[in-house]
Ligand binder design. Structure first.
Ligand code: NAD
Length: 435
């Protein structure tokens, strides 16, 4: 067998399809990251093209009969970026800005993320261009069931497994699982992860991404001789990732001085009272108006004088315009793609340690994998088992990325990309090309 780490000159050079060449948005960032890794690894243009282009994509129209009897049409997507290491794995996003390029970028990041933490998965992502806040629960259920029916040929426990992302939750996953199962004629819990415990969800999944973000932060601080109880933290986004992460930082002794959601941000030097803030958010649905802090903007939050900045909302919030003003020494990417390529270069140049998304927020997909394994075995693990296995995976992945970065004299992001792109390329080479 040929050495999988040596570029294979027999792979010729098909052109990268026009619609996967870099653009300004998240896909441009993702493709730019891949370009950098390919160059360092010395892979030929054929392998580059194979890793840049999604294996499969589907674009579906989703007609919705609204509660008032009118009809609306939405566009939905599912992209399997790479399936060489196992079934596609990735979330389902409901957001008005969803488009095919964003889904492609998110699917590519899932490929690298699953490879960084050594899960037997490829990368996939789905999305529907809808603002879920404008629709009732029964309308969202109909959208979800129709979307699931339309993409049915692409998904399944051995093909492509969904999970929640922005604008979706465990209830959405239960609708996907039910629609898929009813159409297949039997219950198939492993088609989704992040589903409710009552239908085969895993203990510890709901908070796994946040827990992983905190593990990654702890590891990065530890390398520099610091601990969580030494630091001041600002968290952008107070959803499924940012909300629990802020609480966990505070529980670990960090001072969480600022948090935000899409409506605005609040700031209290010395630390916010997290239990009281959570109560306020549970009642009001937003952090804005909380009387235990001063109102600031989301932009101001990003450049506060804190030690650790955790963007945990949307893509491209750290850009060439604000990266020079970031005062945090560590940026831990809870969100996918929060930093543009230019901002990443600026932060690295200034000595800011950026713990990249494909490592920092991998805790969610790790416990999704545990959930899938449990569903396949029809055997359930305790929360303590899940948390211990998650902590081990995150610590191991962080150590491997850090070692790669040190050895190659590159940032943690580039170290994580080198590790993961190589693992995926090795899978391609070892499997060979068919026919
Ligand atoms: P969510 O919908 O639960 O929460 C998103 C939060 O961000 C909300 O508080 C929202 O108000 C806020 N927000 C939206 N736009 C904003 C803006 N412009 N400025 C500031 N805040 C804004 O979504 P989530 O699941 O927490 O996902 C957040 C990020 O984490 C996304 O990038 C997602 O892809 C990534 N991620 C999520 C998971 C997961 O398990 N849910 C796993 C890995 C990565």
């Amino acid at each position: 067998m040929s050495d999988p780490t040596v570029p294979d000159p027999t792979i010729t050079t098909p052109p990268v399809p026009a619609d996967t060449t870099p653009s300004d948005g998240p896909l441009g960032t993702a493709l730019g990251q891949l370009d950098g890794a390919i160059r360092r690894l010395g892979y030929d243009p054929g392998m580059h093209a194979m890793l840049a282009a999604p294996r499969r994509e589907i674009h579906v129209a989703i007609p919705l009969r609204r509660d008032d009897g009118t009809t609306e049409l939405f566009h939905g997507y599912r992209v399997q970026h790479n399936i060489s290491r196992g079934p596609g794995k990735g979330g389902l996003r409901y957001h008005p800005a969803v488009d095919i390029d964003e889904v492609r970028a998110l699917a590519m990041w899932m490929t690298w993320k699953c490879a960084v933490v050594e899960l037997p998965y490829g990368g996939a992502k789905g999305g529907v261009a809808i603002d879920p806040r404008g629709y009732t629960s029964s309308e969202l259920e109909r959208v979800t069931r129709r979307y699931t029916s339309e993409i049915m040929p692409m998904i399944g426990p051995e093909h492509d497994i969904m999970a929640p992302d922005i604008g979706t939750d465990e209830r959405t996953m239960a609708w996907v699982m039910d629609t898929y199962s009813v159409n297949r004629g039997h219950t198939i819990p492993a088609v989704v992860t992040g589903k409710p415990l009552e239908v085969g969800g895993s203990l510890g999944r709901a908070t796994a991404t946040s827990r992983g973000v905190v593990h990654a932060t702890r590891a990065a601080l530890h390398e520099a001789g610091h601990e969580l109880h030494d630091v001041r933290v600002a968290v952008q986004g107070f959803g499924k990732v940012g909300g629990p992460a802020a609480t966990m930082y505070a529980d670990a002794g960090a001072r969480v001085e600022a948090v935000s959601d899409e409506n605005g941000a609040i700031y209290r030097p010395g630390g916010l009272d997290m239990p009281r803030l959570r109560e306020y958010v549970a009642a009001s649905g937003t952090v804005v108006g909380f009387d235990g802090g001063d109102p600031i903007t989301n932009d101001e939050l990003l450049t506060l004088d804190v030690d650790v900045l955790v963007p945990a909302a949307v893509e491209h919030v750290l850009t060439a315009d604000n990266a020079a003003d970031v005062k945090a020494r560590w940026v831990v990417e809870g969100a996918n793609g929060p930093t543009t390529g230019e901002a990443d270069a600026l932060l690295t140049e200034r000595g800011v340690t950026v713990v990249p998304d494909i490592l920092a927020n991998a805790g969610g997909v790790v416990v999704s994998y545990f959930e899938w394994v449990q569903a396949q075995q029809a055997y359930w693990w305790t929360e303590a088992e899940i948390e211990q296995k998650l902590a081990e995976r995150m610590a191991h992945a962080y150590a491997e990325v850090s070692e790669m970065a040190r050895r190659e004299h590159v940032s943690l992001r580039d170290g994580a990309l080198l590790l993961s792109v190589r693992r995926v390329a090795d899978a391609h080479r070892i499997r060979g090309l068919y026919p």
